[in-house]
Design a protein around this ligand. Structure first.
Ligand code: PGA
Length: 223
């Protein structure tokens, strides 16, 4: 199972250092199935027992892109994993930009956690699968370093995850399009993680709020 934590705009350089220390100690050995996306100012240079990923990046090596991070900056921290298409970032850009990021990350061999997810309006009008199919059309579904995270927008940060049957329906559909491991994200917590991980085709979770404390993330991992 894959356990990914998206810390979003939480944690500082100092607090993430402690977070990583706790996680490293508990995991004990290098584990490629535990991924943490800290804020970029908190990236750690040292080797960790988990995979350190970037929540965001600009599809360039370097250049005149004010305020952005390029490959060169990720390289400095040994970062080889990126999150693309999170709904909180999709709100700021278009599909073409997401495609450009995907193509760049693929060209450079990054592990890509690619997020998809519909909002409540689309869900209520039965357009979920059509919408997700469109979100997946811009990327190479055969890319070997791809992980797809299904994160229905209505469940992110709401405290209420999507219904098991809705998740199952989507994962069944996405698994007919790709061999990539499929994660679920959106209000995953200690009370619902077992049920979610038991859903067919579910290879793990992408967790926000419930992973903000290292101890809580560890509890989720340990089950
Ligand atoms: P949440 O966030 O667990 O706080 O709902 C998940 C995410 O946005 O990836």
């Amino acid at each position: 199972m894959i356990f990914a934590a998206n810390l979003k705009c939480n944690h500082t350089r100092a607090s993430f250092k402690i977070y990583a220390e706790i996680l490293n100690k508990t995991i004990g050995v290098k584990c490629d199935d535990i991924i943490v996306f800290p804020p970029s100012v908190a990236f750690l240079e040292k080797e960790n027992n988990f995979i350190q990923g970037a929540q965001n990046f600009y599809p360039c090596v370097n250049g005149a892109f004010t305020g952005e991070l390029g490959k060169e900056h990720l390289d400095e921290f040994g970062i080889k994993c990126v999150l693309i298409g999170h709904s909180e970032r999709r709100a700021l850009g278009d599909e073409e930009f997401i495609k450009a990021k995907f193509d760049f990350a693929k060209e450079h061999g990054y592990k890509i956690v690619f997020c998809i997810g519909e909002d409540l309006k689309l869900k209520n009008s039965n357009q979920t699968l059509d919408f997700l199919k469109k979100q997946l059309e811009v990327i190479d579904l055969d890319y070997k370093n791809l992980i797809i995270a299904y994160e229905p927008i209505y469940s992110i940060g709401s405290g209420v995850s999507a219904k098991k049957e809705d998740i199952a329906k989507v994962l069944e559909f996405v698994s007919s399009l790709t061999q990539a491991p499929l994660l679920y994200g959106g209000s995953v917590n200690g009370d619902n993680i077992k049920d979610i991980l038991n859903i067919k085709h579910c290879s793990g979770v992408l967790v926000g709020s419930a992973a903000l404390k290292a101890e809580n993330f560890i509890k989720l991992i340990k089950g």
